[in-house]
Write a protein that binds this ligand. Structure first.
Ligand code: ADP
Length: 542
């Protein structure tokens, strides 16, 4: 027997319609590439998205077409985020930190017809456009700032000017594609994850359900996480739902710029990867104070070092350690604590926050061994994490081989992460499968060793990578970016590790770098480190 309730498609256009009406007090604040600070409400964002959609129709963009962006976080990028899906087209966000080759690859693979770009990337596109012969460009600026360029680009504000500011959005099935984001592809070509209206709406609802209480009513949120990577963790869709204001940082993501913006705009919650929080914490320490209103951060993308979590928590900032990936929209698990857990002693709370929290509603999890056998959720057993749910990719866009590799016989998606799950549902990521160090038939979690090594005062950043070893298969090498001029010795760092690790888990050697190589998504690039230190000879083999 069917239920007798209305069926309305879950379409993203409903988000702007809702926020424009329900949240007149919320605003989108943008530090723009042109140098100014711009403000508008959700109603104006909707009006401008309407204008943009009408302009795109005039340019011949039809439902199903892919429209690309190469841009920082700002209100114009947000308008594209809503306008393109609302008209039934697909918003493809290109990560400007991809190599030129990868950018060309994703633009061709996606079949992009039009590209919106910030002024920052015009010189780059001038170099690439010979290889994108059919691409048309729109520059996200006004007439006064239009550059002299051979790109024959249109001006964004000109496109909008004089157009109607209201329309009824078209209706279509909720399973229609709405967004496209390629994984950075540290190995092989980038793979496209094609979100739907339904998946993004369910993701926004699930995110609002678990994070809403910690965010409080009408929060002021700073998405440091870029719009060009996994929908800025869904914030463009969650924010209109909960009436949040968004404070968009543009290209200035260093600690000092973020500190100033948080302070000036009374930011309460900020979202980003651990390296961002390292930069902000250094700034907080040098100024001797945190931005006044800041009381919550969401962190994910790579493991948040415990020492950094503790530093934020000690100044009254609630750290929510989340896990996810491009293929999971991205939120898979998140670490907000129950009232009972909040009452526990500091050390116990920090131990909980070292893990990646509980799964969000709609994302099922299993861990399996090499033979695909399920492992118990007892907090001890480790296995590859597989996930299933309405916000998880069923496959990769136009890539049957990668899809076949990623999805198991039961239809679960293999994350490539090694994890354990406690009986109370807490997920702990032990490592990426390819980063685990396999020594003498046992596994060493690089995340565990890095977390401990970071408690040494002279270690600013570190990474543990595997080097081949004739007797043990692999042994760990510790790569350190020192905090100052002092270079800690191996024994010195091992003294910090020894109380927590077995002797065979300690690194065999230590090497130093001036800068850590980073991936396009803001993580330490272990691939680059493995290549750079491939010829390093461990002490017992010299
Ligand atoms: P990429 O394009 O670099 O793969 P993703 O953001 O999709 O970008 O990366 C997802 C991966 O990031 C996960 O599979 C996991 O390995 C890692 N990751 C995400 N969040 C965390 C976290 N909180 N702790 C540890 N690793 C994480």
């Amino acid at each position: 027997m069917d239920g007798l309730m209305m069926h309305r498609p879950l379409l993203q256009s409903g988000l702007l319609d809702y926020a424009a009406e329900a949240w007149p007090g919320a605003e989108i604040v943008s530090r723009r590439v042109e140098g100014d600070l711009h403000r508008q409400g959700w109603a104006e964002t909707r009006a401008r998205a309407v204008q943009l959609s009408l302009a795109l129709e005039d340019l011949g963009i039809a439902p199903g077409d892919r429209v690309a962006t190469l841009a920082w976080n700002g209100h114009r990028h947000l308008e594209i985020y809503h306008a393109v899906p609302a008209m039934g087209a697909v918003c493809h966000t290109i990560n400007p930190r991809l190599s030129a080759e990868q950018m060309i690859f994703v633009a061709h693979h996606a079949g992009d017809r039009l590209l919106f770009t910030d002024l920052t990337f015009v010189p780059l596109l001038e170099k690439l456009h010979d290889r994108l012969p059919d691409m048309r460009y729109v520059i996200l600026t006004d007439r006064a700032h239009m550059p002299d360029t051979g790109l024959q680009a249109l001006c964004y504000e000109d496109l909008l000017e004089g157009r109607a500011t209201d329309r009824a959005w078209p209706e279509f099935p909720e399973t229609t594609a709405s967004g496209l984001c390629y994984t950075s592809g540290t190995t092989g070509d980038p793979k496209g994850v094609l979100y739907s209206h339904r998946s993004n709406m369910l993701h926004a609802l699930a995110t609002a359900a678990v994070l809403g209480p910690d965010l409080g009513p009408q929060p002021r949120i700073l998405p440091v996480v870029p719009l060009f990577h996994v929908n800025a963790w869904g914030l463009p869709f969650t924010a209109p739902l909960v009436g949040a204001s968004l404070v968009m940082p543009g290209p200035a993501l260093d600690g000092a710029s973020l500190w100033d913006l948080c302070q000036a705009e009374a930011v309460q919650s900020a979202w980003g990867v651990p390296t961002i929080w390292q930069g902000l914490m250094a700034e907080i320490q040098s100024r001797g104070a945190k931005p006044d209103a800041l009381r919550h951060i969401v962190v994910g993308g790579s493991a948040m070092p415990r020492s950094l979590t503790e530093a934020f928590e000690k100044m009254g900032v609630d750290v929510n350690h989340a896990w996810g990936m491009t293929e999971t929209s991205p939120l898979g698990s998140q670490g907000s604590l129950t009232p009972q857990e909040r009452d526990r002693p500091f050390a116990e709370r920090m131990a909980l926050k070292q893990g990646q929290g509980r799964r969000v509603f709609g994302v099922e999890m299993k861990i399996v061994d090499d033979a695909g056998r399920r492992q118990p959720h007892d907090g001890q057993a480790m296995g590859e994490l597989f996930v299933r749910g309405n916000t998880v990719a069923a496959g990769y866009h136009d890539n049957p081989d990668a899809t076949a590799r990623a999805v198991d016989a039961e239809g679960w998606f293999g994350t490539g992460d090694i994890a354990s799950i406690r009986p109370d549902g807490f997920l702990t990521l032990r490592d990426r499968a390819k980063d685990l160090i396999k020594s003498g038939g046992e596994w060493i979690s690089s995340i565990d060793v890095e977390n401990l090594a970071l408690t040494h005062p002279d270690v600013a950043q570190c990474a543990v990578i595997a080097l081949p070893h004739p007797k043990w298969d692999e042994r760990p090498l510790l790569v350190v970016k020192p905090r100052g001029d002092a270079r800690p010795g191996l024994e010195d760092v091992c003294a910090v590790l020894r109380p927590h690790l077995a002797s065979w888990q300690l690194p065999d050697d230590i090497v130093f770098v001036d800068e850590m190589p980073m991936t396009a998504t803001g993580k330490i690039s272990k691939l680059t480190l493995r290549q750079r230190f491939a010829d390093h000879v461990l002490p017992d083999l010299r």
